[in-house]
Design a protein around this ligand. Structure first.
Ligand code: MN
Length: 723
């Protein structure tokens, strides 16, 4: 490999550009002086080959320059600044980009991690040309892999198969992808590779004779139709055959797409014309026709595929595409550099290459080449950052993530105990923004005070934020448990008992059982958090009762479990029943009957009592029947302007399950009502009866509440109560 070969390959380059290439070559040659490749050749051969491959791809001058210089920062004394000074920042950036990729550690075999590594390579290559250089670098290294040690061969081949070939595929660079895969296969499974090669060679003669027959028939028809065309055989791609044999357990003979020909034409119209001719010659195999011209593959591939039944019943595939589609199929994204010259504007560009059109659709306003390049900087992964654990595992996090996000991703305990971080060997502050490829070591301490609330502002991932919030919730819980225990103990003292007298495990267990708590901490938590389900006073009152029962030995054990409370005096029920208008009478004393507790909306009637004014009953109050013949009834009606609240009694019958009471009280608070008293009992059969007095404004509220309670799964029925 000589410089002159490279220069000859760059036909369209200007003399100035060629001079620049030559000076890059001289710099690289001098910098790498004395370095040898494992093959024994001078090192400079390698970058020169890489540059040659890039020239073959019609890449631009900065890319070819960077190809010659790609190992110079990594392997010699020449710095980024020196490169930038001589060849400009664009070239220096490309070389630096390739150098960064070289430094990535690959230690994975797990599919998920391989995927992250691929993303990282792409994300780190801010410029797509960096990847194209790197792929060609890897290609040349794979071509010369036999000079490496066995271990190195396996490592490089695996890495190529897991990381680089899929990236080439993603970028539509099928030619490089296939060669990388075949070379990797050769080193990973030499036996399988050579076995396959032999089989293919053995079949070659018969296959070629057959294809020749088909091609002859096709040529005749195409010439009659006056189509400009070229026919090409399909290059054999060992790895794809190998994969089908190994992973789909097919025999070599079963893989019928070995027989294939490609017809390359000038226009899209011709593609469909040729398709018609093919289908008149041979019968298409149903379900095998694919129009990737109308529906390009995500990696920009375009072509028409059809499988037909040929002479003698042999099955073969025909692919039809234009020259540019063909080039794009082979070189993918790199085809842009070949076809960009002579492009006038957006529209022509869009017609020429589907993938360019796709990019332009995404980047509507990028109408010059520079902007187009920028849009190719794959902001696909702009929202992610890829970093390493000290073991080389890849972790991806949202962009803007900090060591805190990293620590919580590794493990919650690591996050909670995190005290600092070392990134790429340097101590960094916890709000340091992670960069692609960073290697992060989290410093932890078992004496750590746990996360700080400020971390919520520093963390970028919702995962870390949730974990931090959970921590504080947990801490809050722990504190409430302590407070609850303390409240109970203080109440014991206030009642004048010793702790040991009242706080007996056996009694506490009974309270837990009754309250449906599984652990003592839950009781403490309920008391401490003041959630309303039970108070320290109630607990201690119960304990005192147990104590007295033991001392008096007078009360037999009861099977009925009870719970009750009265609302605190701060929300008393409105006792003076304003809001009733008595027909024809003013300023008369009115009270609501205790038996049926009428509420606004109920149909009501007044009953004139002796000395206690008018008592207001619900029309359907059973007590009224006794009084039906009485003449002391008087018409009353609700005064709707009055905003007083009224007490309604309801009874809930339900099967007694843990959490029933809290479900019911939850519903009550959801409909914005207030319970002024509650009394619950459970019988031996496990049926709970809950009597509640609810403060309401009108009967609609009550109906709504009763419906909601009735819809709870444990609830058997709900009644409005009369006494
Ligand atoms: Mn290299």
């Amino acid at each position: 490999m000589e410089l002159s070969q490279l220069l000859d390959r760059m036909e369209s380059a200007s003399p100035e550009e060629k001079a620049l290439i030559e000076s890059a070559y001289l710099l690289a040659k001098e910098a790498h002086e004395g370095q040898k490749r494992n093959s024994g050749e001078d090192f400079i051969i390698h970058p020169l080959k890489v540059a040659y491959n890039l020239a073959e791809l019609s890449m631009d001058i900065p890319t070819i320059l960077a190809g010659i210089l790609h190992d110079i920062i990594e392997d010699t004394d020449v710095s980024y600044d020196q490169l930038a000074e001589i060849f400009g920042e664009e070239v220096a950036d490309l070389v630096e980009g390739v150098t960064k990729l070289t430094k990535i550690q690959y230690k994975t075999k797990e599919e998920r991690k391989a995927e992250n590594l691929r993303k990282m390579v792409i994300a780190m290559s801010k410029d797509i040309r960096v990847i194209i250089i790197k792929l060609n670098d890897r290609l040349h290294n794979m071509r010369t892999l036999e000079y490496m040690s066995e271990a190195k061969k396996k490592e490089k081949a695996t890495e190529t198969l897991e990381i680089y070939a899929p990236i080439a595929n993603r970028l539509g660079m099928f030619r490089i992808k296939s060669e990388l895969e075949d070379l990797a296969l050769k080193h990973l499974d030499p036996e399988g590779y050579y076995d396959l090669r032999e089989k293919i060679t053995m079949n070659k003669a018969t296959r070629e004779a057959y294809i020749e027959k088909i091609v002859l028939q096709l040529r005749k028809k195409l010439e009659e139709a006056e189509v400009e065309y070229a026919i090409k055989g399909r290059p054999k791609h060992f790895y794809s055959i190998y994969k089908k044999m190994v992973y789909q357990h097919k025999s070599f003979e079963e893989i019928f797409d070995l027989l294939a020909i490609r017809v390359i034409v000038k226009t899209v119209k011709d593609c469909y014309g040729v398709l018609g001719i093919v289908h008149t010659l041979w019968k298409p195999l149903p379900g095998r026709f694919k129009d990737y011209i109308a529906m390009p593959k995500p990696n920009f591939y375009q072509s028409i595929h059809t499988t037909v039944i040929g002479p003698g019943g042999e099955i073969f595939e025909i692919q039809i595409r234009t020259e540019e589609m063909h080039y794009t199929a082979e070189y993918g994204i790199a085809a842009h550099w070949k076809y960009k010259e002579g492009l006038q504007g957006k529209n022509e560009l869009g017609e020429k290459l589907t993938w360019v059109r796709q990019m332009l659709e995404l980047q509507e306003d990028s109408d010059d080449s520079k902007e187009f390049m920028d849009s190719l900087k794959l902001d696909l992964f702009r929202n992610e950052v890829f970093v390493f654990t000290p073991n080389g595992d890849v972790i991806n996090l949202p962009a803007g993530s900090t060591p805190i996000d990293f620590a919580y991703r590794v493990h919650t305990a690591v996050g909670d105990k995190c005290t600092g971080a070392i990134v790429d060997g340097r101590i960094v502050p916890l709000d340091y923004k992670l960069k692609n490829g960073n290697i992060i070591k989290i410093l932890t301490s078992s004496n750590s005070n746990g996360p700080s609330r400020d971390w919520l502002k520093v963390a970028a991932s919702s995962h870390a934020k949730n974990k931090i919030r959970q921590y504080f919730k947990r801490i809050g819980r722990d504190q409430n448990i302590i407070i609850g225990k303390d409240k109970i103990e203080r109440e014991v003292k206030r009642e004048g008992y010793r702790m040991t007298t009242l706080l007996k495990d056996e009694w506490m267990d009974r309270i837990l059982k009754k309250q449906k708590f599984s652990k003592i901490d839950e009781l403490y938590l309920a008391v401490g958090a003041g959630s309303g389900s039970i108070t320290a006073i109630q607990v201690v009152r119960q304990l005192v009762q147990f104590h007295e029962e033991i001392n008096q030995k007078s009360h037999p054990e009861t099977n009925i479990q009870e719970a009750s409370f009265e609302a605190p005096a701060s929300r008393p029920r409105k006792q003076n029943p304003q809001g009733i208008r008595v027909k024809g009478v003013d300023n008369i004393k009115v009270r609501f009957s205790k038996c049926c507790n009428p509420v606004p909306g109920d149909e009501i009637v007044g009953y004139i009592t002796r000395g206690r004014g008018v008592s207001v009953h619900r029309m359907d109050c059973p007590n009224l029947q006794d009084l039906s013949k009485d003449t002391r009834f008087i018409d009353v009606e609700w005064d709707h302007e009055e905003k007083a609240s009224y007490a309604a009694q309801i009874q809930v019958v339900a099967s007694d399950k843990a959490g029933l009471l809290s479900q019911i009280t939850q519903v009550i608070s959801e409909v914005d009502l207030f319970v002024s008293s509650l009394n619950a009992k459970t019988n031996k059969e496990g049926v709970a009866t809950i009597n509640m007095t609810i403060e309401i404004k009108d009967v609609k509220q009550l109906d709504k509440l009763m419906k909601r309670i009735k819809s709870l799964s444990e609830v058997i029925d709900v009644y409005r109560m009369t006494t």
